[in-house]
Design a protein. Structure first.
Lengths: 274, 297
């Protein structure tokens, strides 16, 4: 792996850092923007990638993605294709108006943007219910509306568990932690530790397997939804344990070694360790 | 925008269900406070308090004014609190909300009306001049239980504050600077603190020091102001679901326990701070056996 590259807002991404996989189109992650630059030269070199926030450039050659690893912000800025956990605020004829971040403008989620939804079968979501959604568009300019969707428009399927989240509990983490969790879960299992320094989920999974395991959805807006309805009587304790592990790892920026200790300590605390 | 974002159904249900099993989200017991961290600034009466993620700064200040006509022997004492955008994006600058009114009212009742600060000792010359003590409460971050946090910070500030010395000579008031005379501590008659309880599931579960999420899921609250000696100086059950009388009685004794612990914590940091200040005081600086600083030419 080459030396890490830190970019500041408006810095260009050097061409040699981009993955050289030609079979797939290059996919941009959050914090980067494609700009076309008027140049005198002909050819395709008049497009540049610039950073819109400060962060560490990360590339994934296999999936041909390039993204900017930013710092844990408290505020989430929607970016196209982000997976988020939104809360329904109210519904109108065509849309559900959702809260992505408290005290910001609502995002719109189409009443029909669910898997298999028709006018008759669309979900009836009440105020305060949660959905796992993907950011479809963020619009241009100030005051633009953010649009969400719960289906993949190409297939009409809800891949990756998109849709209403029933039961469970939501925990708040920093946006940086949420991004790390997402990357850690998409990376191949053998190099997760090395890349993100996050062993907490693997460790929790191993320790809680005997209790029925758990289900987890990470929203880039700094929310983690945890459901352990399989765990029976200890469901509440397991959920609280997972939430506390994630939040403490986030707040104290724990090393992998400390993360393992934390899991052991909290499970013993809640009398879950067998 | 001026409203706190509501809790989702999943969160509310989970918090209530967890409390039924006596589990709190951060692993605390029902009557356990979050970690309390108090530090003092350079100046007297500058308190920086963190209760979990709730973060408050209190400044105590003093100035000489004319006493009120109807109370010529009394000094003035005011507590000012304004919730600004800095503490939470849900608060608007310059517009007061219910929370602000409730917290200010409680602070006023618990500290000011219980005469925690002896206002008669603030009188300098009858009907002519007195000290006006002002406590400014600033909220930097809000994660529930603002009342208790503000109360602890204000009481710590009052105990930490030193006002300049003032004497009356030939009918004239002379105020000495901090360098001229050792400043004087305020006369604190007793140390009341508030303890806020939140009730859930028909007041079957009552917890102290709720976080913001727990506060939002609560059905009612109960504020008790009590001092170290066990004198109840304030009790309020303004809104929310009714609470059984026995709950109030048992919770009052829990509040007393809590107040003793909290006051002990305040005393500890106060003593540590005073000890630190004593070392770098003027007397120490001017000692003969100190090294002389050689002035560069």
């Amino acid at each position: 792996m080459s030396a890490p590259l830190v970019l500041l807002p408006s810095d260009e991404v050097p061409r040699e850092h981009l993955p050289s996989n030609k079979s797939n189109p290059l996919r941009l992650g959050p914090g980067l923007r494609l700009l076309s630059q008027p140049t005198s030269q002909a050819g395709d070199s008049n497009h540049v990638l610039t950073a819109t926030q400060a962060g560490l450039l990360t590339t994934d050659a296999k999936r041909n993605t390039v993204s900017l690893l930013s710092f844990p912000n408290r505020r989430y800025v929607p970016t196209v294709n982000d997976l988020i956990i939104a809360q329904i605020h109210h519904s109108s004829i065509d849309f559900f108006h959702c809260i992505v971040t408290p005290n910001t403008a609502h995002a719109l989620l189409g009443q029909l943007s669910f898997e298999g939804a028709t006018k008759k079968t669309r979900p009836q979501l009440k105020q305060g219910e949660l959905v796992y959604a993907r950011v479809q568009s963020v619009g241009v300019g100030a005051g633009a509306e953010v649009e969400l969707t719960c289906v993949n428009p190409a297939t009409g399927k809800a891949d990756g568990g998109l849709g209403p989240l029933v039961g469970g509990m939501v925990f708040d983490v920093s946006t940086g932690m949420a991004a790390r969790l997402i990357r850690a879960s998409s990376a191949s299992p053998d190099n997760t530790d090395a890349v993100e320094g996050l062993v907490i989920l693997g460790e929790l999974g191993r320790k809680l397997e005997s209790l029925g395991g758990f289900e987890l959805a990470v929203g880039r807006n700094g929310k983690v939804w945890v459901d352990c309805s399989n765990a029976g009587e200890s469901a509440i304790a397991v959920t609280v344990a997972i939430g506390r592990c994630l939040q403490e790892t986030d707040q104290h920026n724990l090393h992998p070694h400390d993360q393992k200790k934390l899991v052991t300590r909290i499970l013993r605390d809640l009398k879950l360790a067998s | 925008m001026s409203k706190e974002a509501q809790l989702s159904i999943a969160e509310r249900d989970f918090i209530l269900e967890a409390l039924r099993q006596d589990v709190r989200l951060d692993g605390r017991k029902p009557d356990e406070y979050r970690p309390l961290n108090i530090t003092f600034g350079e100046e007297y009466g500058h308190v920086n308090l963190q209760l979990g993620k709730t973060h408050i700064i209190v400044r105590i200040s003093a100035e000489v004014t004319k006493p009120r006509d109807d109370r010529p022997f009394d000094g003035l004492f005011n507590i000012n609190m304004e919730l600004t955008n800095m503490g939470s994006p849900a608060w608007d600058n310059g517009r007061s909300n219910d929370l602000e009114a409730a917290v200010t009212h409680t602070l006023d009742r618990v500290i000011r009306h219980s005469n925690a600060l002896d206002t008669e000792s603030l009188c300098i010359l009858k009907g002519v001049s007195c000290w006006s003590i002002r406590a400014d409460v600033h909220v930097l971050d809000y994660d529930g239980n603002l009342t208790d946090a503000a109360c602890i910070a204000t009481m710590a500030g009052l105990q930490h504050f030193r006002r300049p010395d003032a004497v009356v000579r030939d009918g004239k008031v002379i105020v000495y600077g901090v360098e001229q005379r050792v400043p004087v501590a305020l006369n604190i008659t007793h140390k009341p603190l508030s303890v806020t309880f939140h009730t859930y599931n028909d007041s079957k579960h009552v917890i102290v020091d709720a976080t913001l999420k727990e506060e939002q899921a609560a059905e009612g609250d109960l504020v008790i102001g009590i001092n170290n000696a066990g004198d109840l100086c304030y009790a309020s059950k303004i809104a929310g679901a009714p609470v059984d009388a026995m709950v109030i009685v048992t919770k009052t004794s829990i509040a007393w326990e809590k107040v003793k612990v909290l006051n002990a914590a305040i005393d500890k940091v106060l003593q540590a701070d005073l000890a630190k200040r004593a070392k770098v005081g003027m007397a120490d600086e001017s000692r003969a056996e100190n090294d002389r600083e050689v002035q560069p030419e």
